[in-house]
Design a protein around this ligand. Structure first.
Ligand SMILES: [Zn+2]
Ligand SMILES: [Zn+2]
Length: 206
């Protein structure tokens, strides 16, 4: 009886030691969700979801999983956590891109920005190849599916500029807006300029 009582403090101190030196720092780091300046809220856009899966890149189950595009020579798409996206480890390990760099390069956006968007920023799912928009000589923030009200609220010069880019006339646009549902087909995405704050929409239909 005396031996059993005496053994408790030893066991408890070992348990506390492990909690403090091994588990606590890992838990603490895992709680700081990575910041993506070009995709500020990937949970709300659906590109990252809460998940118990183990990340193929770091081997850890970090509570989140990437759900959108990844272009890589790998035969099967790796399951990735947001930390491996932010650090660039996933892009490097699988020689992949989360979005097509070409549209940004074509607009003359600086290489370091193109790299950050295509290799260290969650992409998004679209029906066709996605185009990351740019403005004020920088890549824009991606804000996910456009709201119906925002699209139907476009007017005047802003609408004319958008229709010119989309290659649609006004009747086609009215039909597009009336058929538009968030997350459906046709799709419309919202980007926001990080400098002047203008909203830029892109449309996508099969
Ligand atoms: Zn990972
Ligand atoms: Zn701008």
């Amino acid at each position: 009886m005396r031996a059993m009582v005496g053994s408790w403090p030893v066991i408890r101190s070992v348990a506390i030691y492990h909690l403090c030196t091994v588990e606590w720092p890992v838990t603490s780091a895992a709680m700081e969700f990575p910041q993506f300046q070009y995709h500020p809220d990937p949970l709300s856009t659906g590109s990252i979801k809460a998940s118990a899966v183990v990340c193929d890149c770091c081997g850890m189950a970090r509570g989140f999983e990437y759900t959108a595009s990844f272009y890589s020579p790998q035969r099967s798409k790796p399951r990735l956590c947001p930390w491996c996206i932010a650090s660039g480890e996933a892009a490097q390990k699988y020689d992949g891109d989360f979005s097509d760099a070409f549209p940004l390069q074509e607009e003359g956006i600086a290489d370091n920005i193109v790299d950050e968007v295509s290799k260290r920023t969650p992409g998004y799912n679209s029906w066709q190849q996605e185009v990351w928009e740019s403005h004020c000589e920088d890549a824009c923030e991606f804000h996910g599916d456009a709201k119906s009200a925002e699209l139907s609220g476009l007017s005047g010069r802003e609408l004319a500029e958008h229709l010119d880019r989309f290659g649609l006339n006004f009747e086609q646009w009215e039909s597009f807006v009336s058929n538009y549902r968030e997350g459906g087909n046709p799709a419309a995405y919202k980007f926001v300029c990080r400098h002047c704050g203008v909203s830029i929409y892109s449309v996508d239909f099969t």
